[in-house]
Write a protein that binds this ligand. Structure first.
Ligand SMILES: *Cc1c(COP(=O)(O)O)cnc(C)c1O
Length: 402
């Protein structure tokens, strides 16, 4: 047995979900469950709904589920659509495809606008497709704000405008699972009908809570939607009693964690949260571009306007194995990264920098990645970490602007 098989010190979690759970949130969850009628617990839960709406930037309805993001995806679809309904899916990466596959499994139909996994679909293409849909057969558009597989972000407001320009009544569905409390999202201002999220990314929580916010138009569509549903059903959940709001016992302990996380986010201020993510993301890209001068890798996203704030996908040249990089970085160096998904399986790896993340944590991850390249003889230009440091120090000198 080599001395390396015993792990000491902290491990780094740089996956794009789940993300690090701050100690304050962890401590908030060390407690005994309470009586379901306890007024203190009930008012705490009530305040979570109010404050989470501030993060979605909505005054509309919000539903919470004891579920992961996939549960929230399903809740969004079955509450507003019927079997046979057609959905438009602008392809952005693994998650746009996955949400579309879920709709198909629920007996809906999908039509994909093909993408290349390196940039977002031009909103003009969405506008043209909708304008051609004279009979309004398309009932909704499934948009992923940032596809975590490709690290490409799309412009939700521009998609809304494309829909309005086409004069089309389809519902706008947006997945904000890896972007809520990472990248600006404005449900009401952008005219989003159904916004979906989950606890384990920007919200700095363990996995297990799913969220769906619904506009009045979505609630109207709900009345006519005939998809089978029970646990997810908004009609049942639009009730005053907490037991019905959660379709049974509420995930109390998780909600205490959420309360702490919302406190932390609101204390920091959403604008500061977004700016912090922008800085860490840019520092990561600076490191990647520096390493990439040796010819083995590049940023997967090719359009700077579409870079992601919470994750960076690094595309490898033929002959280099992203799975091996991820495995060695985790197993040898105790730094967890994301792997390549679906079309990018083995061809990419991902550095997550979302949630409870600061500069030294990012330096640790970037240095671990450099060490992994050295260990695996992947060509890289040394000094990516130094470049990241130089950039982040510059940001500090100018008061935090990315
Ligand atoms: C993480 C993620 C999901 C899936 O969330 P789960 O909680 O794993 O079900 C969906 N969409 C995007 C864009 C994600 O990043």
């Amino acid at each position: 047995m080599s001395g390396y098989s015993v792990k000491r010190g902290r491990s780094l979690l740089n996956t794009p979900g789940p993300t690090n759970v701050p100690e304050r949130v962890q401590r908030a969850m060390v407690r005994n469950p309470m009586d379901l009628g306890d007024p203190i617990a009930l008012s705490m839960i009530e305040s979570c709904f109010e404050d989470l709406k501030k993060i979605f930037k909505t005054e509309h309805e919000l539903f919470m589920y004891a579920a992961n993001g996939h549960g929230a995806w399903e809740a969004a679809l079955v509450n507003t659509l019927s079997p046979g309904d057609l959905l438009l899916v602008p392809e952005l990466g693994n998650f746009s495809t996955g949400w579309g596959e879920m709709a198909e499994a629920l007996q809906m139909r999908t039509e994909t606008i093909k993408g290349d996994w390196r940039q977002a679909i031009d909103p003009a293409k969405i506008r043209d497709r909708l304008a051609a849909d004279k009979n309004h057969e398309i009932k909704g558009i499934l948009v992923i704000q940032t596809d975590t597989a490709t690290s490409v972000t799309c412009d939700v407001a521009a998609i809304r405008k494309a829909m309005d320009d086409a004069g089309h009544p389809a519902l706008l569905f947006v997945d904000t699972i890896p972007t809520l409390a990472v990248t600006d999202f404005r449900m009401d201002e952008w005219g989003v009908d159904v916004a979906v999220s989950a606890s384990q990314k920007g919200l700095m929580m363990p996995p297990g809570l799913g969220f769906v916010a619904a506009s009045p138009k979505a609630l109207e569509a709900h009345k006519k939607a005939t998809s089978q549903r029970r646990y997810w059903d908004w009609s049942l959940r639009l009730a005053a009693e907490s037991y019905r709001t959660f379709c049974g016992t509420s995930p109390q302990i998780q909600l205490y964690g959420l309360r702490a996380s919302l406190d932390m986010l609101l204390e920091e201020g959403l604008e500061n949260v977004f700016a912090r993510h922008k800085r860490l993301a840019r520092a990561t890209r600076i490191a990647v571009e520096h390493w990439g001068q040796a010819g083995a890798m590049e940023l997967n996203a090719i359009n700077p306007d579409q870079y992601a704030d919470g994750v960076t996908t690094i595309l490898l040249k033929e002959g280099y194995d992203g799975t091996k990089i991820r495995d060695v970085c985790r197993d040898e160096l105790q730094c967890a990264l994301g792997g390549g998904l679906r079309n990018l399986s083995g061809k990419a790896f991902r550095i997550g920098h979302m949630g409870d993340m600061n500069e030294p944590m990012l330096y640790g991850a970037l240095a671990s990645v450099e060490a992994t390249f050295a260990y695996l003889d992947v060509p890289y230009t040394p000094g990516g970490v130094t470049k990241a440091i130089e950039y982040l120090v510059e940001c500090r000198k100018r008061g935090g602007k990315a």
